[in-house]
Design a protein around this ligand. Structure first.
Ligand SMILES: [Fe+2]
Ligand SMILES: [Fe+2]
Length: 442
């Protein structure tokens, strides 16, 4: 039998039925439910790493792992719902949420990264391995194939993150603390929450609640407020040049690569929405994880292409304004600005840019821009689907168009306060500007 909605609507684990007939299935369903919730909790909290770590390559990797986790969770939920007792809701139990939130409140970004990747991800991998050992490989064949594949993914994630992990006494201490927290979840058997905490253990989240960084970390790269202006001596993207038919298409190509690379700001601010919406339905976080990964791919388009066109990435300043402004807005406003304003408003200019770049017969550039456009169309669709849901989660009940109009106004006000505050790291002589891009193609 399938658990009734009344027995599965709360946050507790699925209950055993009175009959023992389905015990063998329910045992495995309980483990699947746990795996689903662990993956969900990872998506909600590990995204908080993104604005805190500095290296773009590391941000890209975390976004990729989060997207893969969303895929795991989705397929586990699909399989779990075929089984007796998985439950119909998407809720993560508070005990699991508390452990993952603890990982997010680490004292610094190196500890945070280590907590997720040296403690929580290995535990997840162990839980997947335990599942394979515990299940009947023929009777539960559909789950087995999924779990075997996810184990390979998790092993690859562990490999991919290896070069980014540091070891210091402080990091080791933090990992031991988080290990103790994880032990409250009772181990891989899925027995619910039998573990106890060591003497003197104190949850850091109770004294240092999670807060987004006021600005996003870009590591070794130079910074600025914005890469867009009308002044070719000031910024690499000169707005008027993008649409001026006299502009050489090669200049436009370099400028769009800078623009795409700077979608790293979207990566940083979209990543903040997950932990701010812990009660979101899974499908919302699933689509947002896809959105996040798409933006990280768009940023990579620029990050990987610019050096091929002779641009030294250490001369390209990273713009911080959008993060710095949006992080001061509630998550519904952040998401509304992103999808209903920036993304919905970008199509005409980008269409013109695509037409100009096609003059160059640069198949790779055309391909990247076509996929970017396709992805952006999906992002606007996500916005229409999920903004009303995020508004509701934030207690906003006004019509969407009224809310978006008020948000645009508020963004303009906050831009006055929080925008334009990041000075150029580099002198005009040392940084990439529109004038230099133009000079390089002559
Ligand atoms: Fe994008
Ligand atoms: Fe987008």
């Amino acid at each position: 039998m399938v658990a009734s909605s009344s027995s599965s609507s709360g946050t507790s684990a699925p209950r055993p039925t009175s009959s023992g007939r389905m015990v063998a299935v329910q045992e495995m369903t309980r483990l699947q439910r746990r795996l689903f919730e662990l993956e969900r909790a990872f998506i909600t909290t590990a995204t908080s790493l993104v604005p805190r770590v500095g290296e773009p390559e590391l941000k890209y990797l975390i976004c990729q792992h989060v997207w893969e986790s969303a895929g795991h969770a989705r397929f586990i939920r699909e399989r779990g719902r075929e089984l007796s007792g998985f439950g119909q809701n998407d809720t993560v139990r508070p005990e699991i949420k508390r452990v993952y939130l603890e990982a997010a409140v680490a004292p610094d970004e190196a500890c945070a990264l280590a907590g997720f990747y040296r403690v929580l991800k290995p535990q997840l991998l162990a839980a997947y391995r335990h599942y394979l050992e515990a299940t009947h490989l023929l009777a539960d064949w559909p789950s087995r194939r999924l779990v075997e594949e996810f184990i390979l993914d998790e092993e690859r994630h562990a490999q991919e993150i290896q070069t980014w992990l540091e070891t210091t006494p402080a990091i080791d201490d933090w990992c031991a603390h988080l290990q103790s927290a994880y032990a409250t979840l009772g181990g891989d058997s899925g027995q619910p929450f039998v573990g106890s905490l060591p003497d003197g253990f104190a949850w850091r989240q109770e004294t240092a609640p999670y807060a987004h960084p006021a600005t996003c970390n870009r590591g070794k790269y130079p910074l600025c407020s914005s890469v867009f202006s009308e002044d070719p001596e000031e910024t690499p993207i000169v707005r008027a040049w993008l649409t001026d038919p006299k502009t050489d298409a090669r200049i436009i190509r370099t400028m769009i690569y800078v623009w795409l690379m700077m979608e790293l700001d979207a990566v940083d601010y979209l990543a903040t929405v997950f932990i701010d919406t812990p009660e979101a339905p899974f499908d919302l976080h699933h689509d947002m994880a896809r959105h996040l990964w798409d933006e990280s791919r768009h940023s990579q388009f620029g990050f990987r292409q610019l050096p091929k066109h002779g641009i030294d990435l250490m001369t390209v300043e990273h713009s911080l304004d959008l993060y710095n402004i949006l992080v001061n807005m509630p998550p519904a406003e952040r998401y509304a600005m992103m999808t209903m304003e920036f993304e919905a408003g970008s199509f005409p200019t980008k269409a013109h840019i695509m037409d100009r770049v096609r003059e160059l017969n640069d198949f790779e550039a055309d391909t990247l821009l076509a996929f970017d456009r396709n992805d952006e169309q999906n992002h606007v669709r996500y916005g229409h689907r999920w903004l009303p849901v995020i508004m509701k989660l934030c207690g906003v009940h006004e019509p969407v168009d009224v809310f978006v109009a008020a948000t645009q106004k508020r963004f303009a006000e906050l831009a006055e306060i929080h925008g334009g505050k990041t000075p150029h790291s580099l002198s005009p002589a040392d940084r990439l500007t529109g004038a230099k891009i133009a000079a390089a193609v002559v």
